[in-house]
Design a protein around this ligand. Structure first.
Ligand SMILES: [Zn+2]
Length: 325
């Protein structure tokens, strides 16, 4: 099987994108191929994506009291796109939906919320959002919220609040993936300690290769792997390398190699953060249509077809099945 065939045949799961914000702002429609940004349906299909996590991110101007309403607006945006593109785009609320999307040649959307601000400190909202399709919760964006401190609040050494502890437990009970990307070091430690279920880092790289506060050190990578979790390597240029003009597909493959070495082949996935960073994109990763280059690069670096399938989406699908169902 050549590398393009291997790519087309694999389940590809991308753990994070910020495209919903662009759609809500009226800059793009998911159904129309754009030369702007990184993701729309035609390009997702060309890139071979099976499951795409669409993040709900709440901007500062809606905080704190407008967060839940803005979350609903973003979910409405996704639901309207699902309705308008029903022949090629479905909502995934369980692992079987992703497998069905693969066999039907459709793209599956997974709903994620990036930061507990959306819950306005109330687990009832978590449960309602679960009924609306929420299956992944990034506990904190980089700032502080009711549940935890993000990486930009590391001064105080804060981790999870009592609400944050209850939130992780409720996510486990409902079947929502807990995501530690953007979370403070103390928060990462707390989550790994209290969550019986595997947790993920939806879009983070290896600190050993690029010492950015958003990346995970080897100790964190190992702890996440011991829990059975997955790290989605991200394409954000400043998380790939300190020299922005050197950001490239090759650097991304270096991060995959490192995480495989430290955490193991079962604990690496993809978390592009497409539409979450400005130009220029890393060389070779201009938009989602370039994903086949990752498959070709992994094969060139000696990964077997089975290992490539795990990295492209098999690992994320495993954890999704285990936690969500
Ligand atoms: Zn993010």
């Amino acid at each position: 099987m050549d590398t393009l065939e291997l790519h087309r045949d694999s389940i590809i799961f991308d753990g994070h994108c910020d495209t919903l914000l662009e759609v809500l702002d009226g800059k793009r429609k998911l159904s129309e191929r754009s030369s702007e940004g990184h993701i729309d349906l035609p390009r997702l299909r060309e890139g071979g994506v099976t499951a795409q996590v669409f993040a709900v991110f709440i901007e500062d101007r809606y905080l704190p009291a407008g967060a839940a309403k803005q979350t609903l607006r973003m979910l409405d945006t996704l639901y309207r796109e699902l309705e308008a593109n029903a022949c090629s785009f479905i909502l995934a609320t369980k692992a079987a939906d992703i497998e069905q999307a693969k066999s039907a040649g459709k793209v599956a959307a997974v709903i994620g919320i990036e930061g507990a601000e959306s819950l306005e400190g109330d687990l009832a909202l978590l449960r309602v959002f679960y009924h609306l399709g929420l299956r992944l919760l990034t506990i904190a964006w980089s700032r502080r919220n009711q549940a935890a401190d993000g990486v930009h609040e590391s001064r105080t050494g804060g981790g999870l609040s009592s609400f944050g502890v209850d939130l992780v437990k409720e996510c486990n009970r409902l079947g929502i993936l807990v995501d530690i990307s953007h979370l403070s070091a103390a928060g990462v430690r707390d989550v790994l300690q209290i969550s019986p279920q595997p947790v993920i880092a939806s879009h983070s790289n290896a600190y050993a290769l690029c010492p950015h506060v958003r990346n995970l050190n080897d100790e964190q990578l190992t702890a996440l792997a011991e829990k059975g979790g997955v790290v989605g390597v991200t394409f954000v240029p400043s998380f790939l390398t300190e020299e922005r003009n050197e950001a490239s597909l090759d650097k991304l493959l270096d991060h995959i190699d490192h995480i495989v070495r430290v955490a193991g082949i079962d604990h690496v996935g993809l978390g592009s953060d497409f539409d979450g960073f400005g130009p220029p994109p890393p060389t070779g990763l201009d938009d989602v249509t370039r994903l086949p280059g990752i498959t070709a690069g992994l094969v060139a670096r000696g990964y077997s077809a089975e290992q490539v399938r795990k990295i492209l989406g098999g690992n994320f699908l495993r954890v999704f099945r285990q936690v969500v169902g």
